[in-house]
Design a protein around this ligand. Sequence first.
Ligand code: NAD
Length: 476
Amino acid sequence: MFMRIHGVDVPSSSDKWRDVLNPATGEVIDTIPEGTADDVKAAVDSAESVFLEWSEKTMRERGLILFRAATIVREEHKRLARLLTMEQGKPLREATDEVRGFCNILEFYAGLSSQPAGDAVRLGGQGDCMVVNEPLGVCGAIIPWNMPVIIMGWKTAPALLAGNTMVMKPSSTAPLTVLSISKILGDAGIPPGVLNIVTGSGSTAGEAIVTHPSVQKVSFTGSCATGCRIRELAGSHNKDLVLELGGSDPMIVMNDADMDNAVEGAVRGRFYNAGQTCTAVKRLFVHQDIAESFIRRLTSRVEALHVKNGLDSLAEMGPLNNRQQYDTLSEIMKSVKENREGTILTGGSPMQGESYDNGYFFHPTLVKDVADDSPLVTGEIFGPVLPIIVVPDLGTAISKANQSPYGLGASVWTRDLATVKRVFREVHAGIIWVNRHVTVPPEIPFGGTKESGVGRENGYQALQGYTRSKTLFLGW
Ligand code: NAD
């Protein structure tokens, strides 16, 4: 598949290509151009050349185009979901949810297109002011492989609705559905140049976006290490930044929780997308009064999960997305075993056997009695491994939950309002769920604290984030 610059398919100026593999089978499903700094320059030039025309459309006109795009993507959701499963690995059901979720995001922002784009301020004898929220110009977006379609929606919909143009770089291990959707957006009426997609490596194409002087804002989703590098690069250019980084979300299950609901919440929260979700449950704290029964039920539920090629209709979990993820997780679990950092209740290793040998399949894993300094709890485990920590009370759960450097999401499972209030006040996170986890609909702002990043996506806040105010002061 080619890159999309100014509404047309283009190869890289270097004429280098990279394979995109199916992580369930190891087969090459397509190739993508290895974009260069020159390709990024061409994309930014294109985005700059159409900015005025796009920004001078009414918000309603832009909203209608987004709405039309959502309709066409919905019509094509089966083909797109299949492509997403083949490049990313997730079960077809999850890929379908993701493509539909993208449409929901477009429709949500299309619905905001009648919002006031400014304000009027009266200053008595001094005069009157008109405050206009203007689009920023060309925005850069860099996205990861774990939820590429949803994250594409989080960035494109508010940016484009506000009147900006964009250059986006997808991850090299899941770029195909993003490219395919970008063509649909063009068919729906987004003019050539308004949304350009450059494929390629982070160090070349990614950094060229971040450092290009015409790029006014960079919205990045990915790892903390890359986020730090982007902050460094963007800082010297004074760019506006949104950094949606890693997380190590705690799930706190109290002794009054609905046990069935909490067990299902833990399974979905951790093993959805093979555990490769920023807001996945990455540490589970369970109250000692219910720990034994909860862990028994969770273990039997996890052992029954169908791990298969995502295209198989029985698949409840697919492979990891790429070799690096697979090797990193295998190394971590090897060290957990060697250093006795916890008791493995189930799983703990890559899956073997004829249907798994060419893919990156990993056993769904539960680990109990985890040492406080184990990487399972101090870092971010991006895979299907859930550390379980038994706690005597809520205070201990909160204090351990806050020991993480991350602060993305957290959940508490209880029927008690006082418990909810305390968790909401004390746990470091951008979102606290009660009796659920992971769900992030477009209506609510989303983002983290501490090392999980800065800025917010989704909601009205994200739309505002793609504008800056400009004031006309009328001193009559
Ligand atoms: P990554 O940081 O390795 O890559 C993300 C993107 O950044 C890719 O497109 C990559 O090519 C690009 N990139 C890499 N180096 C770059 C550089 N120097 N300059 C510019 N771009 C560069 O992350 P990943 O492994 O693809 O994704 C997994 C991470 O993403 C996890 O830590 C996860 O928690 C995080 N994530 C966060 C959220 C959120 O909203 N907070 C959502 C999804 C994923």
